[in-house]
Design a protein around this ligand. Sequence first.
Ligand SMILES: NC(=O)c1ccc[n+]([C@@H]2O[C@H](COP(=O)([O-])OP(=O)(O)OC[C@H]3O[C@@H](n4cnc5c(N)ncnc54)[C@H](OP(=O)(O)O)[C@@H]3O)[C@@H](O)[C@H]2O)c1
Length: 300
Amino acid sequence: MAASGVNPALPASVLVLGGGYSGRRFADTLRRQGCSVSLTTRREPQEAERPGNDGCRWLRFDPEAGVVPTAADLAGIEAVLVTIPPDAQGGDPVLQHLGTTLQALAPRWVGYLSTTGVYGDSGGDWVDEDSPTRPGLPRSRARLACEQAWRQLDLPLQIFRLPAIYGPGRSPLEQLRNGTARLIHKPGQVFSRVHVDDIAGALLHCLALPAERRPETLILADTCPCPSSEMLGFAAHLLDCKLPPLQPYARIEAELSPMARSFWSENRRASSRRLRQEVGYRLRFPTYREGLSALTARRT
Ligand SMILES: NC(=O)c1ccc[n+]([C@@H]2O[C@H](COP(=O)([O-])OP(=O)(O)OC[C@H]3O[C@@H](n4cnc5c(N)ncnc54)[C@H](OP(=O)(O)O)[C@@H]3O)[C@@H](O)[C@H]2O)c1
């Protein structure tokens, strides 16, 4: 880090559109590198300012309520991360309400968090950045359309496709502790996942790379897609608690919410080979085993 406190490879001022789970974690990582960070929320900014994110500036972005940051609010921003998903109509709220402002800002990097759902169901096979996109779910079709709309703009864009995100406060450990864990078995079904600190770490790694070394599309995932029952079993082992009874998926499918059923309807393994081998990012949590072990060791 430079004497001024800001890593010279990083922008001095970053905007995170969507200060939710991943956005906040990325903001914390940037702050530790000496960057100044602005985050958006639909709530009143004072409500959003919980512990952590010390020194971040909160802006209100609530397009439905007609509240949008102005060009003056965003003056001096050098890089932007978008974590906001498509809206209920499938449109991109950022493009619709801030697209022109962002283009005028001419940031040196725009990261967009998308989903590996754009690949659709691969029947459990591996997918990577070169695999064809065949989204099966309406929300994944909307997502792919948003990706394509972002690519139309003249911005230094990187699209990050994410599988299920886990980390502090969002893991089977909480489900076991609060009694909501379900041990569901569907033959052959696996899920891919990524620890939120590896999202933040990989984003930071890419941001510090020379522009020509940043892939346009990058999957952020760990190396161990596996059944959810396997991860739950390890979580129970770490907590030294009993597992809930095994439920065959076929028997409980009808009682699941449409959202839960949609998650179980697709089966794929997301490869992070490009991230690790071409981009040179070293995963902090290569599998759920390191991730859950660290979560039981420290509650942050
Ligand atoms: N969670 C997963 O397992 C998963 C898996 C794959 C991909 N993804 C995608 O990865 C991204 C980050 O996920 P996350 O779990 O970190 O997200 P998150 O915690 O839900 O945070 C999303 C952020 O976007 C803001 N937002 C949502 N809709 C908005 C709208 N219509 N207008 C303005 N702001 C809006 C939220 O604002 P408020 O603070 O006001 O709520 C929040 O700050 C999302 O695009 C998500 O769809 C997530």
